[in-house]
Write a protein that binds this ligand. Structure first.
Ligand code: GTP
Ligand code: MG
Length: 200
């Protein structure tokens, strides 16, 4: 079967402890660690997502470290990204404020609109401890033209569905706007056409 595979860069941003690594582990390996270690620098993951019978994409995911001392590194990861996931913890108002700051920073630093930005409220399994209402978070997302999802890395709620929607969105967005894709791999011919790492 002739299967085209394009690579897209995704990055997760957000305060330390909001669950960025847990979200990626749930999506890529379908597991969850109560004692997930804080990320140092950044971690890299890959996952293939099927678009249709002829097209799949490889999502190359950068899971950044949320600790403030790593903040200066963030632009290095989000530059050239096709998909940016800004995460907060619904049980932590500070993390919501931090996520809003990330959105403002992205608006100032990204020179293109050709990137899909999603705003994620994680840990919704802890409904009793909720400090950020869905209404408030959704309102902020709407005002800023962001896609908003409520998820739980712990239970897996909405993780797969969200990534499926976002992958399709990124694929359509990049194709409609004719955006350069990092690499194009044709499985049938095993041709690997490495372009410059330019995109968006
Ligand atoms: P840094 O790497 O320091 O930036 O943190 P992070 O955003 O990657 O957070 P991490 O995934 O390490 O999760 C922090 C803590 O929250 C861990 O103890 C996780 O087990 C817990 N956690 C993550 N997601 C969820 C969730 O959906 N629900 C609950 N209840 N706990 C979660
Ligand atoms: Mg982490």
């Amino acid at each position: 079967m002739n299967m085209n595979m394009n690579r897209y860069k995704a990055v997760l941003l957000g305060e330390a402890g909001v669950g960025k690594s847990s979200i990626v582990h749930r999506y890529v390996n379908d597991n969850f660690y109560e004692l997930q270690e804080s990320t140092i620098g950044a971690a890299f993951f890959k996952k293939t997502h099927r678009i249709d019978n002829e097209n799949s994409i490889i999502l190359e995911i950068w899971d950044t470290a949320g600790q403030e001392r790593y903040h200066g590194l963030a632009p290095m990861y989000y530059r050239g990204a096709h998909l940016i996931l800004v995460v907060f913890d619904v049980t932590n108002t500070n993390s919501f404020a931090r996520a809003q700051k990330y959105i403002n920073e992205l608006r100032e630093n990204l020179r293109t609109n050709n990137v899909v930005i999603a705003f994620l409220g994680n840990k919704i399994d802890m409904e009793k401890g909720r400090e950020v209402s869905k209404l408030i978070a959704e309102g902020f997302a709407k005002q800023n033209n962001l896609l908003y999802y409520e998820i739980s890395a712990k239970t897996g709620y909405n993780i797969e569905e969200m990534f499926n929607k976002l992958c399709n969105h990124v694929y359509l967005n990049c194709n409609e706007n004719n955006i350069n894709i990092t690499n194009r791999v044709n499985i049938l011919n095993q041709n690997i056409d490495l372009k410059n790492d330019s995109c968006c």
